[in-house]
Design a protein around this ligand. Structure first.
Ligand code: C2E
Ligand code: MG
Ligand code: MG
Length: 603
């Protein structure tokens, strides 16, 4: 503590030895302070004390009657009170009112018996603000043991009472992972890049960003999010060599700088690729977050540095662009920076701008993909949005739904889809072979969790006069990430008017059986990723069978999507799934073609 250091300098050690007044009373920590105070008090040199006490800690000295006789500048800084405002007053002017009598009783007992007290206490500043402080009080006595003064030192906890060492550490290291932080990493990166110029060596910069990390924080809480970050750090470090730099830039971003790569650019790139693959493999084992086994993936952006006129800003940006590309390509992958990526980024910005005008310009259209039963009889369709882009042609939702979600445009787009779907259902009422077909609409969780979603759906259903049982809302497991009680209550309200719910892409999320039992779901949709390889991949086959038997236990219907071959259908049928959707039965079609296909199916 710097108080002690200061005081040692200002006192003669001889004096200390002779004026050994308070040895038995104060803890080792406060010893010098109290001794010093006692000496000065004896000399009635309170002014000197104040100058001695120009420490970070606030100091207050009272006489034996608890009247304040001196405070230092830090006391004024912390409490807002000047010396003249508190002199002769009692320290209880600082009371916050947060502690009961028992608290003060215990404090006095300690002062009376042990000559000291220390602990955390809530006090009130002059401006009324209540704050937490760490308070140490030492009793000062004269040679006869009579109390002469009380000396209090206060530390404003709310302002942080980190030692200098800790502050220095914090400014260079990430407190959660103990890895270098952005600042230290950038310092070193500059040095590394400088050292590289002209030595013919190359290096690689990797940016590792977790996929949908926010979902983990939102569902399981920040504490578990932090745990994952900590565990990841301990997995990443062993992948690196001693000379490499690893850092956490905050959030879920880690940077790794691989130094001293030798060989041609391609050879270095392949080394970096090999390393990035090793990093990816560390995600193969789920993270153990308290009671949860949690699987996580990451997107990695990589850029290769050739040495010549490279700036840190530029390489960081390149890694960022490459990582972004990895996300755009579907996450859980590695992407290298190339010139082309820059163009892709500007395209993204343009797409976002155009998307915001697409509704007003009537550029959206719904396609319909048939859903059939085990006799291949059409039961209904899924409405799938398409964007008729003036320059790009027909754009599939894979290219814009995510942007729409990120920008919030999904809300008006989703409303447009619902409206269009209800209009279509109404129109089909007038066509005998279309009447009675159900229509499934995809609802993004952001849309579902809008406050007025329930009333909006009810309004549209009523406005178009459709049969609510023909409207199915497809939710994905991401909808569970927010308040589950609100979700259930909203689903129940809509279910109450006859609207059905199904869970899309089942098997890819984090569904808990507990939730499934509580949600008013009619049907689960087995994700197409399991259907795709059901013939060859025993694992997928097993998952599909498990999902089907689970739906039977939960009394839910089940449909498989992405069915492309007769064989896939047969395997699903054998497993107990009797409803299908996929190219084998029909691709998503514009409404006229869809109607014609139903008419041709002869039902
Ligand atoms: P999804 O809801 O899981 O829809 C199924 C996707 O699989 C559709 O892609 C469909 O064209 C495709 N598909 C169907 N059968 C097969 C098949 O046999 N093989 C293969 N390979 N693919 C098949 P699409 O139309 O590109 O839609 C992709 C996703 O975009 C949808 O996945 C859905 O999540 C989202 N989406 C589509 N329309 C909307 C919408 O109106 N609102 C929202 N929020 N999302 C939508
Ligand atoms: Mg769907
Ligand atoms: Mg799906």
């Amino acid at each position: 503590m710097n108080i002690e250091v200061l005081e040692l300098d200002t006192l003669s050690k001889n004096k200390l030895e002779t004026k050994n007044l308070v040895n038995e009373l104060v803890s080792a920590n406060k010893l010098l302070l109290a001794q010093n105070t006692a000496l000065a008090l004896e000399n009635k040199e309170l002014g000197i004390i104040a100058s001695i006490f120009h420490s970070q800690e606030g100091m207050l000295i009272t006489d034996a009657n608890l009247s304040i006789v001196q405070v230092n500048q830090s006391f004024t800084d912390i409490t807002g009170y000047l010396l003249e405002e508190v002199i002769d007053k009692k320290p209880n002017i600082l009371n916050s009112g947060r502690h009961d009598q028992a608290f003060y009783k215990q404090m006095w007992q300690s002062l009376n018996y042990h000559g000291k007290w220390e602990g955390k206490i809530w006090n009130r500043r002059k401006n009324g603000e209540v704050y937490s402080q760490y308070l140490s009080i030492a009793v000062v006595t004269d040679a006869l043991g009579n109390i002469t003064n009380y000396v209090a030192t206060i530390n404003d906890i709310t302002k942080g009472r980190a030692t200098k060492e800790k502050i220095a550490n914090l400014s260079y290291y990430d407190p959660l992972t103990q890895l270098p932080n952005r600042r230290l990493f950038l310092d070193r990166l500059v040095q590394e890049i400088d050292a590289m110029s002209g030595n013919g060596r190359r290096a690689a910069l990797l940016l590792i960003d977790l996929d949908r990390f926010k979902n983990l924080n939102d569902t399981l809480g920040h504490h578990l999010g932090d745990l994952l970050i900590e565990q990841l750090a301990t997995r990443l470090v062993p992948c690196t060599r001693k000379k490499d730099l690893v850092a956490r830039f905050g959030g879920d971003e880690f940077f790794i700088f691989l130094t001293n790569l030798t060989g041609t650019e391609i050879e270095c790139a392949s080394k970096a690729q090999e390393f990035a693959t090793k990093v990816m493999a560390t995600f193969d084992t789920p993270f153990q977050l308290d009671d949860h086994h949690f699987s996580m993936t990451a997107s990695i952006g990589v850029t290769i540095l050739g040495g010549d006129e490279t700036s840190t800003d530029m390489v960081l940006r390149q890694a960022d662009i490459a990582m972004y590309q990895a996300k755009a390509n579907g996450r859980n992958r590695i992407c290298f920076f190339e010139e082309k990526m820059q163009d892709d980024i500007s395209q993204y910005v343009q797409l976002e701008r155009e998307l915001s005008n697409a509704i007003a310009l009537s550029q959206f259209e719904l396609f319909y993909q048939v859903q059939v039963d085990d006799k291949q009889k059409p039961l209904g369709a899924e409405a799938l949005i398409r964007w008729n882009h003036p320059a790009r042609g027909l754009v599939a939702p894979g290219y814009f739904i995510e942007i729409a979600e990120e920008t919030g445009l999904i809300v008006p787009i989703g409303q447009w889809v619902l409206e269009a779907a209800c209009k279509q259902l109404k129109a089909w009422e007038a066509i005998p072979q279309m009447r009675g077909l159900t229509l499934a609409v995809n609802i993004s969780s952001k849309q579902f969790h809008q406050e007025d979603f329930v009333s909006h759906v009810k309004y549209i259903v009523k406005q178009h006069g459709i049969h609510p049982a023909l409207l199915k809302l497809e939710l994905t497991e991401t909808a569970f990430f927010q308040n589950i009680e609100t979700l259930i209550s909203s689903m129940n309200k809509l279910n109450g008017i006859g609207i059905q719910f199904e869970l899309d892409d089942f098997g890819t999320g984090y569904s808990s059986l507990q939730y499934l039992k509580r949600l008013p779901l009619e049907q689960l949709k087995i994700d197409q990723s399991f259907v795709r390889e059901i013939e060859y991949n025993e694992n997928d086959n097993q998952i599909v069978r498990t999902i089907i038997s689970m739906t039977q236990n939960l009394d839910l219907k089940v449909i498989a999507e992405g069915v492309e071959t007769e064989n896939q259908m047969q395997i699903l049928l054998d497993g107990g799934c009797h409803r299908f959707q996929g190219y084998y039965f029909g691709k998503p079609l514009p409404v006229a073609e869809f109607e014609a296909s139903i008419a041709n199916s002869g039902i």
